[in-house]
Design a protein around this ligand. Structure first.
Ligand code: TRP
Length: 318
């Protein structure tokens, strides 16, 4: 990270658990699972950027268009001179719309990947010389402590990409409560993917070019790179059905045959057809999301959606 920039304050918090321990813990369970936060190493983040460009993945372009279209209104709600706190540093294109429209004093991206944060702040530092950039390496699935900046600007949270949908409803509510606490009275702008035609949802997570399959399998390649394990990614199939009763896409890696993998000296057996659960992506209606948010300390206020009602942006006040 470029520490030569005086306005760049970096906060590093220890992750407290290692990828190896978490991976083994999930694979010893029955049914097996791998926590989805491990998708996002630098390589995973790059593959995810490619997902966001896919023709089938309507979410990113719909949310970006909503941000651009309602930027002035959103900026007025955030207020000038705010500190924008983004939970998970994702697409720069989205936050740039807010930085242009809202003229915040500071941008505080929180992310689990310090390397990815480094890239984000380097790219923004050149374009926004007056902006205080304060990357925070943190896991927002745990309690967060974001120290106040000088002058204590009002905080505005930003949580795009329907990442909230990657948490089960109970965990999503706990996360919103942690954000409510971390924002110290500031509002939160959150992007939420909507319930719709199952075929459209299915296509978004089963793209023709196989980029989502590659992203899913990167978990295993990452383990091979970082932990020296011997996963054969060809030995697993990407499987992402829509569970209509639960209102969610469920993502798995399914073992194509009987096989074993050795991770940090421990042998894990896979039966033919055995699934490893890697991710859920819950879909909401506008009303069901507002009802959930209202139970976490926030007051749901403005909401924006596109004419096809594919995606929604919610402004929650503290
Ligand atoms: N928040 C995104 C979503 O639920 C994350 C995502 C999109 C994703 N495609 C994925 C996660 C594929 C894992 C695999 O839409």
């Amino acid at each position: 990270m470029d520490t030569g920039l005086a306005r760049l304050h970096t906060i590093e918090t220890p992750q407290g658990e290692t990828f190896a321990a978490a991976l083994l813990e999930g694979l010893r369970k029955s049914p097996k699972e791998i926590a989805c936060k491990y998708f996002y190493d630098v390589e995973g983040s790059q593959i995810f950027d490619a997902i966001c460009e896919l023709p089938e993945y309507y979410q990113t372009r719909t949310e970006t268009a909503l941000l651009a279209r309602h930027a002035a209104e959103i900026a007025a709600l955030m207020g000038a001179g705010a500190e924008i706190v983004e939970f998970g540093a994702g697409s720069l294109r989205k936050v740039r719309i807010l930085l242009e429209a809202a003229s915040p004093q500071a941008y505080t991206p929180l992310d689990i990947s310090g390397a990815y944060l480094g890239e984000v702040v380097r790219a923004l530092a050149a374009d926004y010389p007056m902006l205080t950039l304060r990357p925070v390496v943190a896991d927002f699935t745990r309690p967060m402590d974001i120290p106040a900046l000088a002058g204590n600007p009002r905080r505005a949270g930003f949580f795009p990409g329907s990442t909230i949908g990657n948490f089960k409803p109970d965990a999503a509510m706990a996360l919103l409560r942690r954000m409510h606490a971390a924002l110290g009275g500031g509002g939160l702008l959150v992007g939420v993917d909507l319930v719709k035609d199952p075929a459209r949802l299915h296509a978004a997570y089963n793209d023709a070019a196989g980029v989502t399959a590659k992203f899913n399998k990167n978990l295993m390649l990452r383990a091979n790179r970082e932990l020296g394990s011997d996963f054969d990614p060809e030995g697993f199939a990407h499987y992402a059905p829509y569970n209509a009763a639960a209102g969610r896409i469920e993502m798995y890696l399914v073992s194509r045959r009987r096989q074993s993998v050795t991770i940090a000296g421990e042998r894990i057996e896979f039966a033919p057809g055995e699934p490893v659960h890697t991710e859920d992506s819950h879909k909401y209606t506008i009303e069901s999301f507002r009802e959930m948010a209202a139970r976490t300390g926030f007051r749901p206020r403005a909401v924006w959606t596109d004419p096809e009602r594919l995606f929604s942006l919610h402004w929650l006040e503290s």
